[in-house]
Design a protein. Structure first.
Length: 474
């Protein structure tokens, strides 16, 4: 792989400053390589593509279409869409797909999310490195073009109405009490998709009054300093929920596949609590259908998730952090649902892919089916004390992890695993606690997450780990 691609090809996607680092020539080379490495070997002569509203997205999308077409691959173009819509089109039409977006990253970034047919992920373990290797050669030597009469054609494809109808078919909102919902699209694609789903043409009206915040598409993303999980980025949403006496608020990232939920007091509900809430709903639905459910969660999700899923009779499966790992594990296990701490939620009935808006519909249904406010409901799923993710800069991440392990290895009832970084758990004994220390992919940084049954224990474990990472003996 060329050094320039090293800078933008990550574990799960392609991402970089655009057009300074990720430019049209690079997009063309990557798309051509995608056709050669992913699409055609899987027997596909068509690829579905779409893009978000970033100012660089239209030109980059044209470049992607060119790269596919010159390699003889037909293009079905969704135009402006959310990543969820791209996954829907990939799933329904059984085609590989390319989404031009940088997700939650700043407006001056752009990138590609790649998938095989039926929204199956393409990451470093499943083809992305091969795509990058071929693309590097095409950047160096030029993209070989097929004969003019064999070049691919570009055709427009509109799936928004069908996408909306599909989501509405998965969550019954007909019997809920009237709710006021504030939606903060962050000037991103949720400004198109949320009204389309909540007010889907030809479907029954919902007892939901929507108040929009930053719904106008704007590729400069002027309303967001960061992703929707960052408190300062959703200050307008939180204020509007309280001022308008709304029942809940929803914030989406630029490509609308990530969702943050805010309760009626303006406080964010932790994604682990949302995972538990939705998980119990889908587990109950599977039980009514006579099936035992499997729910996947990543290893830094709150222990409330496996605790509640297991208590409800489901099978809880733990996996590495990252959407590709969750999707792959869900498909392998036939899981009905999966959740991450990052506000991404995955559904069997959505091709094992993530859909922030489908998760939001489940939250609306759960709230509307009972009389209590969301803050009361959410408290049921947030019983433990968590540190949040702490980033620690170190000279030698491996040595730092070994120092930490040395300090805890001899403690009784401790369980250690290396599924993703270093996880040390005392959850099956008293006092209950666990922590995970993972190395960042692109910097000498360790990411620490700690959880315990109470705040004092969490703080003690947190401070001990931080001290050892920094070379002390806490």
């Amino acid at each position: 792989m060329s050094s320039e691609l090293d800078d933008i090809v990550n574990a799960y996607d392609v991402r970089g400053r655009a057009p300074e680092v990720f430019d049209e020539a690079t997009a063309t080379a990557l798309a051509a390589a995608f056709a050669d490495v992913i699409a055609r070997p899987d027997g596909h002569t068509q690829v579905v593509i779409g893009h978000d509203m970033r100012t660089t997205s239209p030109d980059l999308t044209d470049a992607v279409a060119d790269g596919l077409a010159v390699r003889g691959t037909d293009v079905l173009s969704l135009g402006l869409c959310s990543t969820d819509e791209l996954y829907y089109a990939s799933g329904v039409h059984r085609l590989p797909g390319i989404m031009v977006t940088a997700g939650s990253h700043p407006a001056d970034h752009n990138g590609l999310k790649l998938c095989r047919a039926q929204a199956a992920p393409v990451d470093q373990d499943s083809g992305l490195l091969q795509v990058a290797t071929v693309a590097a050669r095409y950047l160096r030597d030029g993209v070989p073009e097929v004969a003019d009469d064999a070049a691919g054609q570009v055709t427009a494809l509109d799936v928004r109405g069908d996408y909306a109808a599909h989501l509405r078919s998965l969550v019954d909102l007909s019997g809920i009490r009237p709710l006021t919902v504030v939606v903060d699209a962050g000037n991103g694609m949720a400004g198109l998709t949320v009204p389309a789903v909540l007010g889907a043409a030809g479907l029954p009206d919902l007892p939901v009054r929507m108040i929009g915040v930053h719904m106008r598409l704007d590729g400069r993303l002027p309303s967001r300093a960061g992703g929707p999980l960052e408190a300062e980025s959703v200050a307008d949403l939180r204020r509007t929920v309280v001022d308008r006496h709304a029942d809940l608020g929803l914030a989406f990232d630029a490509d609308a596949d990530c969702c943050l939920v805010v309760d009626e007091t303006g406080n964010p509900v932790h994604p682990s609590a949302i995972t538990a809430l939705i998980g119990l709903r889908v587990v109950e639905a599977e039980e009514r259908a006579g099936r035992r459910a499997t729910v996947v969660h990543n290893l830094i999700t709150s222990r409330v998730v496996p605790d509640l899923m297991t208590a409800a009779g489901a099978r809880a499966v733990r996996t590495r952090v990252g959407h590709a790992y969750v999707k792959r594990e869900m498909a392998a296990q036939g899981a009905v649902f999966g959740g991450e701490h990052s506000g991404h939620y995955y559904f069997r009935d959505f091709f094992f892919a993530d859909d922030g808006l489908l998760a939001a519909l489940h939250v609306i249904a759960a709230l509307g089916e009972q009389p209590h406010p969301l803050s009361v409901l959410a408290d049921l799923y947030q019983p433990y004390a968590a540190s949040g993710e702490i980033n620690l800069t170190v000279d030698d991440p491996v040595a730092a992890q070994e120092r930490v392990l040395a300090g805890f290895r001899s403690e009784p009832d401790v369980v250690v695993d290396r599924l993703d970084g270093l996880t040390v758990s005392h959850w099956d004994a008293v006092p209950q606690w666990w922590f995970n220390l993972r190395e960042a992919a692109t910097a000498p940084v360790l990411r620490l997450n700690v959880e315990a049954a109470d705040v004092d224990v969490m703080m003690r474990i947190r401070d001990s780990v931080v001290g050892r990472v920094r070379g002390g003996r806490s």
